[in-house]
Design a binder for this molecule. Sequence first.
Ligand code: SF4
Ligand code: SF4
Length: 231
Amino acid sequence: MIVVEQKPLEDILDMVKDSDRMLVLGCDGCSGIYQVGGEKQAEMLSSMLKIGKKTKGGKKEGDLKIEASTVLRQCDKEIVREALEGSIEGYDAVLSMACGAGVQTVAEVFPEKLVLPAVNTKFIGMQDREMGDLHERCSACGDCILDETGGICPITRCAKGLLNGPCGGQVEGKCEVGGYENDCAWILIYKKLKEFGKIDQFLKLRLVRDNRISQSPRDLKGGVKYSGGGE
Ligand code: SF4
Ligand code: SF4
């Protein structure tokens, strides 16, 4: 899942200070599932923006057209086009509550519209439902090596992105970066590989990554088939 977090309301109000006719657009994908940018949050944000514009911007009810809507997935051009074509004309701007890919999808499908981000895109994460926490687990490096590392990603979970075992900074399995609060990824990897009887993978020398693989911007040509609802 892509993890997003709503920007502070003050920042959003400043961002939309020149737009009084605005569509607050949620996404029922990652943003909606985590209840940061779904239908309810879009409605809530649109109400708060109306109040903010009236109290701080001196606007009257009649000056404003701020409405909320959601789409199934904002990162899908066809879904966005089908959902908004014909209804987006009445707005000066779209305030998107999707990840950065969603914001840019709307901007590409409707290039004449100003599309603004209401959330910050944080990382690709794993949810811990019991604790209600989200943890970064993948950096979308483009060359997955989880098969060699016991299913634990050193690129993401090692603060230095090391590929060949721990640095000298780990103490009792804790990482020096961040004040010994996080587990050292490479100690976790070592333990997991030992458990699986695959310590040979730990000893394997991994060469410096070819960063051209993950050089932005990246495309996946014709390789994405959408299999969810909505089509
Ligand atoms: S190695 Fe890590 S960053 Fe790369 S794809 Fe696998 S989990 Fe993601
Ligand atoms: S202590 Fe472990 S997780 Fe932290 S930077 Fe060193 S190898 Fe990476």
